[in-house]
Write a protein that binds this ligand. Sequence first.
Ligand code: WTA
Length: 659
Amino acid sequence: MTEQSGQGQTLDNLLTESRTFPPSDEFAQQANAKADLYEQADADREAFWAAQAEQLTWETPWNQVLDWSNAPFAKWFVGGRLNVAYNCVDRHVEAGNGDRVAIHWEGEPGDGRTITYADLLREVSKTANALASLGMRTGDRVAIYMPMLPEAIFAMLACARLGLTHSVVFGGFSAEALRSRIDDAQAKLVITADGQYRRGKPAPLKAAVDEAVAKTPSIEHVLVVRRTDTDVEWTEGRDVWWHDTVDGQSDQHTPEAFDSEHPLYILYTSGTTGKPKGILHTSGGYLTQTAYTHRNVFDLKPESDVYWCTADIGWVTGHSYIVYGPLANGATQVVYEGTPNTPHEGRHWEIVQKYGVTIYYTAPTLIRTFMKWGKEIPAKYDLSTLRVLGSVGEPINPEAWIWYRETIGAARTPVVDTWWQTETGAIMISPLPGVTPAKPGSAQRALPGISAKVVDDQGNEVAAGGGGYLVLDKPWPSMLRGIWGDEERYRDTYWSRFADQGFYFAGDGAKYDLDGDVWLLGRVDDVMNVSGHRISTTEVESALVSHPTVAEAAVVGASDATTGQGIVAFVILRGGVAEDEAKGANAIKALRDHVAKEIGPIAKPRQIMVVPELPKTRSGKIMRRLLRDVAENREIGDVTTLADSSVMELISTGLKDTG
Ligand code: WTA
């Protein structure tokens, strides 16, 4: 664990935290999940999951709950057939809830749209008819590169309805990132918008699609929503407007049932190499677990709650906890297009007040940003409707947890710290808000039906108080079914580390406290977590070395009070590049912009240092631990395994010279 992430300070805080917050009697009594849920699941795991799956509507029932005979490739609810979109939309209308609001959509400039379940059914049906008219057939892949517009949700559900596999690419990613994802999945259609509002200003979006699809022959059409009235270039025959293609379609569409294991979506996430992994999720098990966790972890009451998850649909949290989980449960939710400080820093609280939000789910990085902006801001709004607060994306430090509960939750609401990953598809470790005495900073315990362990290097479970690696020792319904087109990488990345035991290796360090609760300690691999976004060090390194002035680069995630980790890069210049010039502010800016162009603005290094050498072991592996010491202004640790122990001195002196 020596190469552990640079979150030393957070860890110290975590390990001395001992406060607990039991749910109030009032909350506990009305909660969906009671303590007996654990017992039910322990008594018969498969029967438990079958009971959860029965909450969905199946066209054909399954004949086997789990087939793990071809591990690590799971099949859940084998033989069952269902339509995911039908489950998220039609059945609520059929049950008489067509007038219930599905989405309170709030645009960044202040415009809005109220979409009931009956409206959603019409919109999704029209979109499905449009996609079929563009020649999309069951099994085809569709890339969705969009801002937080209702159309993005219609598009995802229309794909699900037709058995198309969507691949949503975050709208902040670059043209190059989009191109490689389209190419990997061989998508036939991209759905996008002319532009997107970002911090009060329209920014072009379609331009990036044009650049990407110039190099992706698999694309047949680009379907474009008009959002910002931005001028766009147009390729006749290939490009079509949403309002021309979708609006005139029939609002009737009969959904077809698909196999429980039909591919629902691919979502790319960073791994330890430069190439993002296309995480594959399927239908029945995924929908079962997202709906189950959404109902129990957030205590959702569909008739009365107003739920808001602040994620972007470009990430897994948006897939599972904006689109599939909440809509399968018939929830009413807020979807917000913009940034939290546009036009002012109270925007989220204004929205909570406006819609009477009762359940709010966000990321620690945003909570810490709110803390920085000051508690006077939320104090100006009526937040009394809030009754459950959630956190996801990275370990939440106890200070932020306490602030969240006290300032946003009036020292009254349960806070659920939910651990999961793109790969797990749904929440895995989390308190149950009406059951668990919550501990700030700990995700605590695997949910009923889920099994997780903290193990040592050999795969033996550590004792209470001990630390090691987090593993999942039993298959779960919403688990990834593989990496798109790369079976070997799937086995290698997740199943080879503890192959003897058959454990899924999550890539996170963790420890048990003396009560046996789990505390997550950050990544143990070369994946950084910046504002809850996973970015691989290698990906940023390859972006840097693709610049003509850079010979070699090493990237580390250094602790950052707001974003969790910040990206710090060390670069060696190519011979012949004038050092003074390359160290200048303009040159450094050019490098940062280059990374933004290659990957996206979220991957821009916070800091770039030009160095004469990089610290390497004798086998040539870069010792990021030492670079983190530099990046975090710490005394430099043990250098004995360096091939050349004077390197660190060279680096430090070099940096001092240039200030
Ligand atoms: C981290 C986001 C601690 C972890 C849903 C994991 C967390 C990675 C938590 C997955 C949490 C997520 N406490 N760490 N509550 N939630 N993580 O794929 O390192 O974007 O492996 O999925 O985020 O990030 P991903």
